[in-house]
Design a protein around this ligand. Structure first.
Ligand SMILES: [Cu+2]
Length: 642
């Protein structure tokens, strides 16, 4: 029986997780009994890119499978970082990091709920609100942020908000316990302080979005069925996907969620590299309300809860429609034991309207092609919100990330009908504070190879004069972003601003460097003051673009430990070194998102709102790369008839 080495970028297998845990246990390095150690993060420690490339070229390389871990050895704000080789059975790194917290722990959250249920001050707050059946009180443990209060020091804390349900599966956000809040040490299961700012009456209406409460349901939606009688056009081998000249590896990180590796496009018999690694490195939801119940809310849903940890198991016909391929996610629980989340990643093809078309008027000959895209997606439920991450690959070489926002808004109770200037009424007695959802995608780019440069391209009117006698002229102006500080940039739609990633050692058929452009959507930057708590901690969202030279230790836009961080970590710290970023291995970090001014239509559950960006070839190909897409079946009409 052959036992081939796994690909260096293969997703961690359950037995590798088990072995990593055993190596930690056998090492004798833990300061507490190994059964009490908590595993806050377990993920693949990615090998050097050169090794991956050599492996993919078919060279005989030794694959050393390594696992990166963050361990908790007690209730303090200390993390033990470890890297173990499951190939060699050795501990390669063991490092205590003091004064940081890993992502929020489920066991800490459970201890928090238990402690609050038994707390007299908390229960007195419930009684003041006329609540007798405490089983209907929903408590949401929130990441606490960092505000320099004594409670925060040396602890892993939550701030808790509460809501009243009508029944066990009711939408509690319809009835916030406005005014009541608690600080709890989750590591120790200890209530630190209960704050009651005064009772606000419960809103009069419920917020059910269930069909039984929202009838009569429409009766005229007829079935829409997607069939692919010959099956989908992709192939899957381990985590390697091939589809229509595209190839990539699909994986999942506990914090980043979906991770794509070695995205390439086959052209002229060879795979041309585009992206070595793509992921959502961080996201933050800062609230714009100044009041004591809401001003501190700023959830880092990647670094604090984790887009992989919170990923859904997806359901055929509901989350995804058509001929679906699912990837399961094998991950470690907080005891370091392997678990499987079935159907965590959905992959399928979608018809996307027309790809290109022309009617030759003199002859009447019409050519039209259907656009189709490969969709690789996952959905995370983080507290009240849902985030769907959809990577799209198109027949013309375009890559797109679309983020879909849904779920339930974070609400506030209002006595009367005036929520003040920082929130909007969404139902009688119920408002939702203004807030943002800001994402940062890390693109370890490699357009035609690892050595790339980034140009900012603005299209501007040409100056009046002899060369522009009619004052109609305009042209693009490209500025090379040569160092990190110069590459902190913002969008400017009025100038059609794009960022062009060029490989100046490769030229296309008209002698230009091959390139892709990052086309941003209409997107804000962070609105909080840069000196505020969230302004410091989420500084990555203060700019729409950052570019760094590749460093394998620079992974997360807000740093490795954003939970209760002081700020300044990640992109602002790295780029302050102002390293050169020309004709070298670079990483683009694109921050984008939405400013959410809640509408009544977003209640009681939000219709999807979209944000994202595209990567589009600009002179990467010599001409339209989708000329070879065949006409649709003649049996379905005469859309290509002469
Ligand atoms: Cu929102």
């Amino acid at each position: 029986m052959t036992n081939p080495a796994p690909h260096p970028l293969a997703s961690l297998a359950g037995d590798e997780i088990t072995r990593a845990r055993q190596i930690v246990a056998d090492s004798g390095r833990t300061s507490i009994p190994v059964a009490d150690v908590r595993y806050a993060y377990v993920g693949l420690c990615e090998p050097h890119k050169d090794l991956v490339r050599a492996f993919d070229r078919g060279e005989d390389v030794t694959v050393d499978r390594r696992v990166r871990l963050q361990l908790l050895q007690g209730p303090e704000a200390n993390v033990t970082e470890a890297i173990v080789s499951v190939t060699r059975g050795e501990v390669d790194l063991w490092r205590e990091v003091a004064g940081v917290r890993p992502g929020l722990q489920m066991e800490d959250a459970m201890a928090t709920l238990v402690a609050l249920h038994e707390n007299a001050d908390w229960n007195a707050g419930l009684v003041r609100r006329g609540i007798e059946d405490t089983s209907l009180v929903q408590i949401d443990p929130w990441p606490a942020g960092t505000f320099g209060v004594a409670h925060e020091e040396g602890r892993r804390i939550f701030r808790c908000l509460a809501y009243l349900r009508d029944s066990a599966d009711d939408n509690g956000y319809a009835r916030p316990l406005e005014g009541l809040m608690a600080y709890v040490d989750g590591g120790r299961g200890e209530v630190l302080e209960v704050v009651d700012l005064g009772v606000v009456p419960f809103p009069p209406q419920g917020g059910s979005y269930y069909p039984e409460h929202n009838g009569p349901l429409r009766a005229d939606l007829r079935p829409l069925t997607i069939t692919q009688p010959e099956g989908p056009s992709f192939t899957v081998e381990g985590n390697l996907v091939r589809w229509q000249k595209w190839s990539m590896r699909v994986g999942m990180d506990p914090h980043e969620g979906l991770v794509l590796h070695t995205v390439g496009y086959e052209d002229g018999g060879a795979v041309r590299p585009l992206i070595y690694r793509a992921s959502v490195s961080e996201m933050v939801v800062p609230y714009g309300h100044p009041g004591p119940m809401h001003a501190w809310k700023s959830a880092f849903d990647a670094g604090e809860w984790g887009l992989g940890r919170m990923a859904n198991s997806l359901t055929l016909g509901c989350d995804c429609l058509g001929e679906i391929y699912y990837f399961d996610d094998v991950f470690a629980d907080e005891h370091g034991k392997p678990r499987t989340r079935a159907n965590a990643i959905c992959m399928h093809e979608e018809d996307y309207g027309i790809l290109w078309k022309h009617v030759d008027l003199p002859s009447g000959r019409t050519e039209v092609r259907r656009s189709r895209r490969l969709v690789v997606s996952s959905i995370a439920t983080v507290g009240n919100y849902e985030y769907g991450f959809y990577w799209y690959f198109y027949l013309d070489g375009t890559v797109q990330l679309e983020v879909k926002l849904s779920g339930i808004m974070s609400t506030m109770g209002v006595d009367g009908d005036d929520p003040g200037p920082h929130a909007n009424m969404i139902a009688p007695g119920l408002a939702a504070p203004y807030h943002q959802h800001m994402f940062n995608v890390r693109l370890d780019i490699e357009i035609d190879g690892p050595h790339n440069s980034v140009f900012e391209v603005d299209t501007l009117p040409s100056p009046p004069g002899e060369d522009n006698p009619w004052n109609n002229a305009f042209a693009p102006t490209a500025t090379l972003l040569d160092r990190e500080l110069a590459a902190r940039r913002r969008v400017d739609p009025s100038r059609s601003r794009i960022w062009k990633i060029s490989n100046r050692s490769k030229t296309n058929g008209v002698g230009q460097p091959t390139a892709y452009k990052l086309l941003p959507a209409s997107t804000p930057t962070l609105l909080a003051d840069p000196a505020s708590s969230v302004g410091r901690r989420a500084a990555f969202a203060a700019e729409n673009l950052w570019v760094t030279p590749f460093d394998e230790e620079e992974r997360r836009a807000a740093g490795e430990y954003p939970n209760q961080s002081n700020g300044g970590e990640g992109l602002p710290a790295w780029t302050a070194r102002d390293r050169a970023i020309v004709d070298t291995d670079i990483v683009l970090w694109h921050s984008f998102g939405v400013t959410h001014l809640p509408r009544p239509e977003d209640w009681p559950v939000m219709p999807v709102e979209y944000t994202g960006f595209s990567l589009i070839p600009v002179g990467f190909f010599d001409r339209n790369p989708a000329l070879d897409v065949p006409p649709s079946s003649p049996g379905e009409g005469h859309c290509h008839a002469g």
